[in-house]
Design a protein around this ligand. Structure first.
Ligand code: UDP
Ligand code: MG
Length: 310
C-alpha cells in the first residue's frame, strides 16, 4: 500500500496536538483511498508539554513519530527536518491548529494519482478572521514579491500541500540556509493543482507569528528569491547623476546670463541629505544581502535534533 507522510511542525502547541491527532485520523479513515499514513510531529523547541504529548502518542500509535529540536529554529527548519525524515510515497505538511483541513487530502491524492500533477496545494480563498492590517500588508507583500521576483509566489498559498516523492527529492536538493518554502516549492517546478478553501480559524491557542516575525519572514522571502533590490543603487545613482547634470546646466546658464551667484546654503543641505540618505539606504540593502551570504557560507546546520524516535 502507498504511504502518505504528514509533517506537523509544532511550537508550544500542547493544547492542539491531541485534537489534531484525533481529528486527522477520524477524517482520513473515512476516505475511500487505499493508503497508509505516518504522522511526523516536529517539536520546534517548545517550552510547554508538547514533547511529552508527542512521545506518548508515538508510544501508543505506531503511525506517529516525532522529532524534537534543541531550541526554536523556526517553522522552515521544522518542515525541512520532516521532509528529510518522511518515508512516504507522498508527503504533506500541515499546521497542528487544524487551519489546514485534513479533508482536502483525499482530493489532493486524487489529483496526484491521475499522474497529471506532482503537487496539490491548498490556497485560502479569503482571509476571514484575520486582522485588517495583516490582510493589507500581506496583499502588498504578494504584489511586491511577484513584481520583483522571477519565481511566482501564489497569493494565499499555504504550506499545506501534497507532493510526490520525486518533487520532495527535488525540494531536498535545495540546501540553502535562508529557507522560504513558498518560493522553494514554486522554484523546483512541476505542475501544481490549486485547491481553494475557506479560511478556517485556529482550533486552540494563539498564532505563533507576531507582526515582527511576519515582517522578517517577508523580507527573507523577497531576498531569497530576488536580487533586484541590489540594482536599486545603480538606478538611483543614475537618476541623481541625470538630475545633477540638469542642475549644473541651469546654474551655468543663469550665471552667464544674469551673473547671479546662487544662494547656496539651504539647497546644499537638502542635496547633501538627499544623497546621503540614498547612499545609506542602498548600503543597507547591500548589507542585508551580505549578511545572508555570510550565514549561507558558514554552512551551519539549519536545525539541531535533540531527540527523535525515528
Ligand atoms: N510553528 C513552528 N515554529 C515556529 C512558529 C510556528 O513550528 O517558530 C508552527 C506552529 O506550531 C503551527 C504552524 O507552525 O503548527 C503554523 O503556525 P501558526 O498557526 O501560529 O501560524 P498562522 O496559521 O497564524 O499563520
Ligand atoms: Mg495557524
Amino acid at each position: 500500500m502507498e504511504l502518505i507522510s504528514v509533517i506537523v511542525p509544532c511550537l508550544n502547541e500542547e493544547k492542539a496536538i491531541e485534537i489534531f491527532y484525533e481529528s486527522f485520523f477520524d477524517t482520513v479513515e473515512k476516505f475511500n483511498i487505499p493508503v497508509e499514513y505516518e504522522v511526523i510531529f516536529v517539536d520546534d523547541g517548545s517550552t510547554d508539554k508538547s514533547l511529552e504529548i508527542m512521545r506518548s502518542l508515538s508510544r501508543r500509535d505506531r503511525r506517529v513519530h516525532y522529532i524534537s529540536f534543541s531550541r526554536n529554529f523556526g517553522k522552515e527548519g521544522a518542515m525541512l527536518a520532516g521532509l528529510k525524515a518522511a518515508k512516504g510515497d507522498y508527503v504533506t505538511m500541515m499546521d497542528v491548529d487544524l487551519q489546514d483541513p485534513p479533508r482536502l487530502i483525499e482530493e489532493m491524492y486524487g489529483a496526484l494519482r491521475s499522474g497529471e500533477y506532482d503537487c496539490a496545494a491548498a490556497r485560502r480563498a479569503d482571509r476571514k478572521g484575520e486582522g485588517k492590517i495583516r490582510s493589507v500588508l500581506s496583499n502588498v507583500f504578494y504584489a511586491f514579491i511577484n513584481k520583483i521576483s522571477d519565481t511566482e509566489i501564489v497569493k494565499g498559498a499555504r504550506d499545506f500541500r501534497l507532493m510526490t516523492r520525486r518533487m520532495v527529492n527535488s525540494v531536498l536538493e535545495l540546501t540553502e540556509y535562508n529557507r522560504f518554502s513558498k518560493g522553494i516549492f514554486s522554484w523546483v517546478g512541476y505542475r501544481t493543482k490549486w485547491i481553494s478553501y475557506e479560511n478556517v480559524e485556529r482550533s486552540v491557542g494563539d498564532t505563533k507569528w507576531s507582526m515582527s516575525k511576519l515582517m522578517k519572514y517577508s523580507l527573507e522571502g523577497i531576498m531569497a528569491f530576488s536580487t533586484k533590490p541590489l540594482a536599486l543603487a545603480s538606478y538611483m545613482g543614475l537618476m541623481c547623476l541625470f538630475v545633477s547634470l540638469v542642475f549644473i546646466c541651469i546654474i551655468v546658464f543663469k550665471t552667464l546670463i544674469w551673473g547671479d551667484p546662487v544662494a547656496g546654503y539651504p539647497s546644499l543641505i537638502c542635496v547633501i541629505l538627499l544623497i546621503g540618505g540614498i547612499q545609506l539606504f542602498t548600503i543597507g540593502i547591500l548589507g542585508q544581502y551580505m549578511a545572508k551570504t555570510y550565514l549561507e557560507v558558514k554552512k551551519r546546520p539549519i536545525y539541531i535534533t535533540k531527540e527523535s524516535d525515528l
